[in-house]
Design a protein around this ligand. Sequence first.
Ligand code: ACO
Length: 329
Amino acid sequence: MNANIIGTGSYLPKKILTNYDLEKMVDTSNEWIVTRTGIKERRIAADDEYTSDMGVEAAKKAIKDAEIGYEEIDFIMTATLTPDYIFPSTSCIIQKKIKAYQAAAVDIQAACSGYIYALSLAKALVEQKVYKNILIIASEKLSSIVDYKDRSTCVLFGDGAAAAVVGLKNKGYEIKGVSLGADGRESDLLILPGGGCRYVPSHETIDRRLHYVKMAGNEVFKHAIRKMEFASKDCLKKVGLQEEDIDWLIPHQANERIIMAIAKRFKNLPLDKVYKSVIEKYGNTSASSVGIALDELDKEGRVKNGENILFTVFGAGFTWGAAIITKRG
Ligand code: ACO
């Protein structure tokens, strides 16, 4: 029996950073950002609002949506590249805040692919009956690692969180299959060099701005399209579905041009079934992006029973993945 996503939730901080605000911070323009990325605005967490806080807000909504008690959660997995601390894990902080003391807790680091990596692990553990209800969270305070002096990256990223409960309860979305991949040979193209054991924090690492995201955007762009197409088709094959069976496409929300390039690689997929409003409203929220998209699409009530949703994601590492879920009747 396949595991289901039995509840979803998301959370976005209140503060909005518009393209016009960014025009005052770096040499950019609303026109460049909208044409090159599709982003109109993004959310920024308050100074005292952390990845765990946003994760908790999304988690509470997902647990309510799943109609289960906090005490029924037996595992918490948080996908993030902006944890509150290097250790303890953000999952442990969240566990404390929601008082789910019976749950095991671990963080997952697969950059923007984290939500689908977590979904894959949760599906396997639930189906093997190792755990019953797994809370997966993706939460990112990317504003804490973005260099607001670097116009090539600071216009892209925003903060936000998403959560889902994976279990066997008969509701929500059946997780038909997941496909994952990685290629460490390209790890330098998208990296946060400082803060680990290689570049421990020092005056020098701060002067060299090594505690901020570095990205070779153009190169990453090409890899992202290729790998998300590959993962999608691999996942379709795995679950025995055809391209025509896909009703909704939710690609990682990194750039509208990437989203549209992937959409074009699918036969007969109407463009209004390609979800891209998250990139427009919130920018690239890394691991959280597809989870926020699923929650918003679900709450809009547009997915009909029996319809198939294909997720496809790509992130630093490189990592990538795809998943197919079906709305239950
Ligand atoms: N405003 C104005 N001009 C800019 C800006 C800006 N904000 N940023 C860059 N430019 C300029 C560049 O300097 C360059 O100028 P030049 O031609 O004079 O040298 C020109 O615009 C074109 O730059 P490119 O980098 O070629 O622009 P591109 O069209 O590739 O868009 C972008 C850049 C948006 C970063 C794109 O490459 C992209 O989306 N890359 C992929 C991002 C992604 O998928 N990330 C993966 C997940 S993220 C994660 O895992 C954390």
